[in-house]
Every structure is written in C-alpha cells, then in structure tokens.
Design a protein. Structure first.
Length: 134
C-alpha cells in the first residue's frame, strides 16, 4: 500500500513560507530532553528569530514552546489564518490535507470548514492559539 503524502509538503510552494537554518545547539537545556529533534529545532529557531507564531502539532513540543513564551498554532490554525488573509483556499487545503498522513480528527476538520463557511473566524489572542493535534 503506498504511503500518503507528507502533510508538511502542502505548504512548501507558498510564497509566504520562509525557510531558515536551525541554530546550533550549543547550550543543552534540560527542558528539551524529551522533545523530538524536529520540534527542538523549531522551538530553538522560533526563539532565535523572536517569531510571532510557531507552527507545531506535537503536544509535548507545543507545551514546551508555550512554556518558553512562544505563541503556537497547529496546522489547522495556520491554514485558517492563511485563509483569513486570502492566502489559501481553506476548503481545498483541507481536502488536500485529508489525502495526507495528517491525523487530525474528522470532526475538527468539519468544524473548521463549517466555521469558515459561516464566516466566524478564530480570533488569535496574544498568548493563545487553536489546539494543536497530536
């Protein structure tokens, strides 16, 4: 059985996506010991860049990033923000996401599409973000 496409590949061609090298891990932080290398790199990069918002779906990584003072949203939250700003077609993006290895609950995807069709957008507060899926 062929593997579904990787969900992260959906955004690679968008002009609003910036790609950066991750900073060196010079100072080990005990808070990072149980975090996957990819999440660790994303958190360190967000801290280095003083990022406005970090995209992360891994629950442990999200919790750690928030404990470090970072604002975090998941894949669905970033797609919703992109749609709110006219950067993507949300129904099309959700349909494409469903064809990948993304593990978000169907009920959450349906609720997001319903909210979109009703025009009742999520409001991102300074220290909060939509729940990430893990």
């Amino acid at each position: 059985m062929p593997r579904p496409p990787y969900a992260g590949g959906l955004l690679h061609c968008r002009p609003w996506v910036e790609v950066h090298k991750t900073p060196a891990n010079d100072e080990p932080d005990p808070a990072f010991k149980d975090i996957h290398a990819g999440e660790l790199a994303a958190i360190r990069l967000a801290m280095t860049l003083e990022a406005d918002l970090l995209l992360m779906d891994d629950r442990k990584g999200v919790n750690l990033a928030r404990s470090k003072g970072l604002r975090v949203t998941g894949t669905l939250g970033i797609l919703e923000l992109a749609a709110m700003n006219g950067l993507t077609d949300l129904p099309l993006a959700i349909e494409r996401l469903r064809q990948t290895n993304f593990r978000g609950p169907k009920t959450l995807l349906d609720a997001l599409l319903r909210r979109h069709s009703e025009g009742s957008w999520f409001e991102l507060e300074p220290t909060a973000a939509p729940p990430a899926t893990a």
